[in-house]
Design a protein around this ligand. Structure first.
Ligand SMILES: [Zn+2]
Length: 344
C-alpha cells in the first residue's frame, strides 16, 4: 500500500510500504477514506521535533473496517469508524476517568506506529479506541467531512474551552487562528459563551471565526493585544483558550485573563513552558488543559454534528489525494491552507 513517510525537515514522501496485518487479537485493519494534516504536524515538518527519518505520518483519520482480530467485539468488517488521534486500550484507571491520552498502554498514530496519511492502517486496541459512525450518515459525504475534525482539532478546541472553564454567559478570548483556535471558538459558542474575542490577523481565518461565533476580533499582537482585550472586557476575559503553544501565545493568554479566570492550554508546548506565574499568582488565574482526550469527547460532539448543531468542516479548506500529501504540508507550512483534508 501507499503511505506518507517523514524523511527530514520539509521532506515528507508518499511511498509503497508493507500492507498492514493483524498482529494482536485486539487489532483492526482499517481502509482509510479521510485523513488530515494537522498544525501540530508542522512541528516535525519544520524540524522542531525530534522525529526520525522513516517514521509514518498522520494522526487524524477515519475509514472502513476491513478485518478485525479475534478479540475485537465492537466492530466488524464494513463498519465506518473514526479514530481519536491517540489510541487507548480502554481498561486502565485513566481510560476509566475519561483521560484516554494517559492510557498506560496508549500512544499516538504515526511515528513508530502506523499513520493515518495512508491507504490503510493497523488500528491497535480497536475496541478501546475507535468510534462507530452511525449507518444513517455513513454514505453522506458532507456529514463525513463535518465529522472528520472530531479526530483532533474540534475535540482539542473543546478541551481548551472546558479547561478554561467556559460556561453559559462566559466572556472568552481565543489565542491562535489555526484550526484548533477556530474550533475553540465553535466549542465556546456551543458551551454558551456570550462574548468570544478572537485574536488573529488573517482575514479568511477571522471570517470563519465570526461564522463560528466570534463576536469581536483583535488584530494586534503581544502587549497591544493584551491591552485591547483588557479594555474591551474591563479587566480581562474570564476564560482564555491558548491554542498555539509558543511563549508569546502563553504570555498573551495569561495577560488577557481576568482575575480569578482560567486559561485552557492545548497548543503543544514549544516555548510556552516559560509561564508568567507571577501574574497567575497575583490575579489567581487558573491554568488547565494539555493533550485532549478526544476519545472522551467524540460521542457528544458526534451527536451534535449529526443533529446539525455544529459544523467544524469550514477549517478544511484544501483537499488533496494521497500523492498530494507533500504539497499539502507545504501549503499549511506557507499558511496558504488552514487545514488539509487527504482523500486516499
Ligand atoms: Zn492533530
Amino acid at each position: 500500500m501507499k503511505a506518507s513517510v517523514y524523511y527530514g525537515k520539509g521532506d515528507v514522501r508518499v511511498e509503497t510500504v508493507p500492507d498492514p496485518k493483524i498482529q494482536d487479537p485486539t487489532d483492526a485493519i482499517v481502509r482509510i477514506t479521510h485523513a488530515c494534516i494537522c498544525g501540530s504536524d508542522l512541528w516535525f515538518y519544520q524540524g522542531l521535533d525530534q522525529w526520525q527519518s522513516g517514521w509514518r505520518t498522520g494522526h487524524e483519520w477515519m475509514g472502513v473496517v476491513e478485518e478485525v482480530g479475534s478479540e475485537v467485539r465492537n466492530f466488524k468488517k464494513g463498519d465506518r469508524v473514526l479514530a481519536p488521534f491517540a489510541f487507548s486500550e480502554g481498561q486502565c484507571e485513566f481510560c476509566g476517568k475519561g483521560l484516554q491520552t494517559s492510557c498506560i498502554k496508549g500512544g499516538f498514530w504515526g511515528g513508530t506506529n502506523d499513520g493515518g496519511q495512508a491507504e490503510a492502517i493497523r488500528a491497535v486496541f480497536a475496541d478501546g479506541t475507535l468510534v462507530k459512525i452511525p449507518p444513517e450518515v455513513e454514505n453522506d459525504e458532507a456529514v463525513l467531512t463535518k465529522i472528520l475534525p472530531l479526530t483532533d482539532v474540534m475535540s482539542t478546541g473543546h478541551h481548551a474551552a472546558i479547561s478554561a472553564g467556559v460556561t453559559q454567559g462566559s466572556t472568552v478570548a481565543v489565542i491562535g487562528d489555526g484550526a484548533v483556535g477556530l474550533c475553540g471558538v465553535l466549542a465556546a459558542k456551543r458551551l454558551g459563551a456570550d462574548r468570544i474575542i478572537m485574536l488573529g490577523r488573517h482575514e479568511q481565518r477571522l471570517a470563519i471565526a465570526r461564522q463560528f461565533g466570534a463576536t469581536d476580533v483583535v488584530t494586534s499582537r503581544g502587549e497591544d493585544a493584551i491591552t485591547a482585550v483588557q479594555e474591551m472586557t474591563q479587566g480581562g476575559a474570564e476564560a482564555v483558550l491558548e491554542c498555539v503553544g509558543t511563549e508569546s501565545a502563553m504570555q498573551t493568554a495569561i495577560g488577557a485573563a481576568r482575575p480569578g479566570g482560567g486559561v485552557g492550554f492545548v497548543g503543544v508546548p514549544h516555548g510556552s513552558e516559560k509561564i508568567n506565574i507571577g501574574r497567575m499568582f497575583m490575579s489567581n488565574i487558573k491554568l488547565g488543559g494539555g493533550v485532549a482526550p478526544a476519545k472522551a469527547y467524540i460521542p457528544e460532539l458526534l451527536n451534535d454534528v449529526i443533529a446539525e448543531k455544529i459544523d467544524p468542516s469550514p477549517v478544511l479548506d484544501l483537499t488533496v489525494d494521497l500523492n498530494g500529501v507533500p504539497k499539502g504540508y507545504q501549503a499549511m507550512n506557507d499558511r496558504e491552507a488552514i487545514k488539509v483534508m487527504v482523500r486516499p
